[in-house]
Design a protein around this ligand. Structure first.
Ligand code: GLN
Length: 483
């Protein structure tokens, strides 16, 4: 079962080669054996998983088809799951049992998936290395002394270590693509508004988007098909038709496809081994007929500072709901209401979350609003305009996901600014609300995974999936697994 894709396992289930209960047991056993070394799960929902698997088996026996029917996956612990702890990686929500399912969870449940559990993540999705989780860091299955990337690090590590077939993730500034790159997976961040945010614990609402971590593009297409679509419970959900992603996977050859290479993405700070792997990957595209166009995204260097004004601003507002009164952590023996607020928040949140709340409150305060928040909003528009102009000349933009391959645990934890700079290639995409994918393109000289970043125009997930699928048919980087 190891390293099998959704498509392969689904064929096995439909043919009766094994049952969903057997498949689920297999993963649950593996989690017991292996996950103490990786820490990818916060909660394992064994009983519920076996029940869901049993239901799926019955549906399969009664002739129901469906590619997700009986497939064991995991959800990032940011998605609310009915009756199951939803911690968001925080002590604040360690005792929170969600009374409802997020739309994404509900849709996948309807499609018949089996939920194995909830995966580890940076606290409230704030981080690039999965080291801010209250439940401890996640170890990268490719080298357990290194980070898996964040904030969907648990989801990525779980898929890479075959502790589930695929997993959900969320991406506010790179949290699907970064861990995908560092763990050798395919990570898809859809267009803002494509996938409902309802029931997804909010970090920075104008940037957050749910997506997937999978072994290949075909699995990403299968998951997106089930996850995407308008949801009236999310006011920013888009009323856009959802194409048939599996049909378009093989559709076009790449003849005439214009790939933009932004000169700002290939500067000196990029590791040379990553640059080489990306060049080689691009050759796989051009051999199939794609053309290269040099482009410029002139405001790229402003993206990190813009994001680290806007996302803390939104976070400071979103996280005000955790006050020790309604749900979540409450301090012991408060003397009065103010003490209750202060100590519940002081004891319930970790250092990175507090840093963001303070920055956010500062940039939104009356005296500084114009200088920071308003200015950052204006720059955000310039960054989106850069992309809009680029997409007049090209169909897709290619570049790196990360500046380096997986770094050692603890290497950057004392220097938040260094950590923030990790996100320089992924953040502009969220600021503009565009879709993007990361897929594996090789390894560095010490065997650590490298990913490429493909950015599409609005709503063109189909094109990103199609390109990735075509690449994956020519290469087998995505089939490599950690020893
Ligand atoms: N590293 C970025 C941050 O800490 C992005 C995180 C994310 O995408 N959730 O904000």
């Amino acid at each position: 079962m190891d390293n099998k894709t959704i498509a392969e396992l689904s064929a096995g289930l439909q043919a009766g080669d094994f049952s969903s209960v057997e498949l689920t047991r297999y993963y649950l056993d593996r989690i017991k054996q292996v996950d103490s070394d990786i820490n990818s799960y916060i909660t394992v929902t064994e009983e519920q998983a076996l029940q869901q698997a049993n239901n799926a088996d019955q549906r399969i026996q009664s002739g129901e088809k469906g590619r997700l029917l009986g497939i064991p996956i995991a959800h990032k612990d940011i998605f609310c799951t009915d009756g199951v702890r939803t911690s968001c990686g925080s002590k604040m929500l360690d005792n929170f049992i969600s009374p409802y399912d997020a739309t994404v969870v509900e849709k996948l449940k309807d499609a018949g998936v089996v939920m194995l559990g909830k995966t580890n993540m940076d606290e409230f999705a704030m981080g690039s290395s999965n080291e801010t989780s209250w439940y401890g860091p996640v170890n990268n299955p490719w080298d357990k002394e290194r980070v898996p990337g964040g904030s969907s690090g648990g989801s990525a590590a779980a898929v890479a270590a075959s502790l589930c077939v695929a997993a959900t993730g969320t991406d506010t500034g790179g949290s699907i693509r970064q861990p995908a790159a560092l763990c050798s997976l395919t990570g898809l961040k859809p267009t803002y508004g494509r996938v409902s945010r309802w029931g997804m614990i909010a970090y920075a609402s104008s940037l957050d988007q749910g997506g997937s971590l999978t072994r290949n593009a075909e699995d990403a297409a299968i998951l997106l098909q089930a996850m995407a679509g308008f949801d009236q419970r999310d006011s920013t959900s888009a009323e856009q038709p959802v194409p048939n992603y599996l049909e378009t996977l093989n559709d076009n050859d790449l003849k005439g496809l214009r790939i933009g290479l932004p000169k700002e993405y290939f500067g000196e700070s990029l590791n040379t081994e990553i640059a080489t792997a990306i060049e080689q990957a691009i050759e796989v595209y051009t051999r199939q007929g794609a053309e290269l166009v040099e482009i410029s995204l002139p405001n790229t260097e402003l993206a990190v500072s813009t994001y680290y004004v806007l996302s803390p601003a939104e976070a400071s507002a979103n996280l005000s709901r955790f006050d020790g009164v309604r749900y979540g952590y409450r301090c012991e023996n408060p003397v009065d209401l103010e003490d209750l607020y202060k100590r519940s928040r002081g004891e319930g949140f970790g250092a990175e979350v507090k840093r963001r709340i303070m920055i956010g409150a500062y940039v939104l305060s009356a005296g500084y609003y114009d200088a920071y928040y308003l200015r950052a909003q204006r720059i955000r528009q310039l960054i989106a305009d850069d992309f809009n102009q680029a997409f007049e000349q090209v169909d897709v933009i290619a570049g790196p996901v990360t500046q380096t391959t997986a770094f050692k645990l603890g290497e950057k934890t004392d220097d938040p600014v260094q950590m923030y700079l990790n996100d320089s290639y992924t953040i502009p995409v969220n600021l503009a609300g565009l879709p993007a994918i990361c897929h594996p393109v090789g390894f560095d000289s010490i065997g650590l995974p490298i990913g490429i970043h493909l950015i599409g125009n609005y709503w063109r997930e189909d094109r990103l999936l199609n390109m990735t699928h075509r690449y994956q048919q020519q290469t087998d980087w995505h089939r490599q697994t950690p020893g």
